[in-house]
Design a protein around this ligand. Sequence first.
Ligand SMILES: Nc1nc2c(ncn2[C@@H]2O[C@H](COP(=O)(O)OP(=O)(O)OP(=O)(O)O)[C@@H](O)[C@H]2O)c(=O)[nH]1
Ligand SMILES: [Mg+2]
Length: 239
Amino acid sequence: MANESFENEGGTGSRNSRNTHFTSSVDLSTSLDSSVQTRIFKIIVIGDSNVGKTCLTFRFTGGSFPEKTEATIGVDFREKAVEIDGEKIKVQVWDTAGQERFRKSMVEHYYRNVHAVVFVYDVTKMASFQNLKTWIQECNGHRVSPTVPRVLVGNKCDLVSHIQVPSNTALKFADAHNMLLFETSAKDPKESQNVDSIFMCLACRLKAQKSLLYRDVEREDGRVRLSQETDVNKSNCPC
Ligand SMILES: Nc1nc2c(ncn2[C@@H]2O[C@H](COP(=O)(O)OP(=O)(O)OP(=O)(O)O)[C@@H](O)[C@H]2O)c(=O)[nH]1
Ligand SMILES: [Mg+2]
């Protein structure tokens, strides 16, 4: 099962500690001696420094807005266990550094075996939107497959009077790159469901994709039959 990660029920310990700076390659696979496995989806969050990547990931995994953040160095891991259509899944969010000097040696690790990518810009900073093409180029340069789902997130929508990136401009860009667009705020508690939707939407899509790849094999009368129905049809995906 290429690129798919599992964790045994009961786990191998928490990986969501703040300020865990990634220094070596991580093997997310654990021994397969237990029959109960939890799938892990690795989602990386990419974009300019200060756009709110840390706050968005914190809002999703911790349910609140951090009072104070510092520039991320390397990567911070955060995890959230979710249940989709009865299956327990671990969403592992890689909150990456936006500052070049803090990410240089890490870039290979970000993209290795990634399952989905979240590109973030700040709706109050046009430069962060214009730089998206550089982030997309970097992603493509690391041979991330076109089948890896990508979404675009415009953050800081609570700063209504400072908005520089019009929604229709962002929408055109998202369409051109085959991405869904979410405009939201990590800060505004009323937007927390919208922030959750970003990651839940990706998790649902990944679950459906994996179901397509590894369709249930049913044995009937000694014959092998591939199940025609996939979870994509019965999923409660929020997007
Ligand atoms: N008003 C407002 N401020 C936000 C929001 N999200 C983040 N911020 C602020 O923006 C600043 C940067 O947020 P971070 O989450 O640390 O930014 P980052 O993208 O992780 O930055 P790097 O780690 O350097 O790449 C902080 O001062 C946050 O409080 C938001 O939705 N609204
Ligand atoms: Mg950060």
